[in-house]
Design a protein around this ligand. Sequence first.
Ligand code: 5GP
Length: 224
Amino acid sequence: MSRILPLLHPCKPMKNSGDMNKKGLLIVLSGPSGAGKGTICSAYLKRNPEAELSISVTTRKPRVGEKEGVNYYFTDIESFEKMIKENKFLEYAKVYGNYYGTPREYVEEKLAAGFDVLLEIDIQGALQVKEKFPEGVFIFIIPPSMEELKRRIVKRGTENAEAIFTRFQSAYRELNYICQYNYVVVNDRVEEAVRKIEAIVLAEKCRVVRNKGLYLGLEGGVNE
Ligand code: 5GP
C-alpha cells in the first residue's frame, strides 16, 4: 500500500542560497600557528584544480624564501589603511602586530565564476567572513598535541624566541573558538587531513540547500 506524504512547506533556503549550486564554495581554514594550514592548503590545491587560494595582503616583512604574489602581497601600513578605507577587503585583522587582509574583489569574482576559494586566515578574520558569507565552510585545523605544535613552530625556524612564545600562547586562546567553526581536522598526517577536507567539501556540495536547481527539476513528477 502506498503512503501519501503530506505536503510540507518548501525547504527554508539559507541566506544567499539562490544560485549557490552555480557558485563556488568558500572554504575558510584557521588554526594555531604551526598547525600546518599552509602545508595542507598547498597539498589540497595540487589535488583540486577547481579550488583557488586567495593571496592575502600583509604589512609583515617577507620571510626568507617568501615571494610577492605567491605567499602574500607585501605592502606598508599606509597603503594597507588606504585599502581599508576603499573597502578593498572582505576582512582584515591585526595579527601579531601586523595587518593581514583578504582582497574582496578576487574572492567574489572567483566564487561567481564557479571556483572554490580557500582562505587561510586567523580567527578574527574568519568571524568577519562568517557574517558576510554564512554559507561558507569553516574548518579549524589542530595539531595532534600541544607538544607537537611547539616542536613544529621551533623546527620551522622562521620566528625568534619571543615570537615563538607569543604564537604558542595564542594557540591556547585560539582553541576556545573552535565552536565557531563547522568542522575540526587534526593535522597528524597531511595526506589524511587533506582527504578529510575533500570529504567535507564533497558533503557540503551535496547539501539540499545548495542544490535547489537539481531537485526542483524533479518536482514536476514523471509523465505517464
Ligand atoms: P604568518 O605571518 O605566519 O604568515 O601568518 C600569521 C597569521 O595570519 C596566521 O594565523 C594566518 O592564518 C593569518 N592570516 C594570513 N592571511 C590573513 C588574512 O588575510 N586575514 C587574516 N585575518 N588573517 C590572515
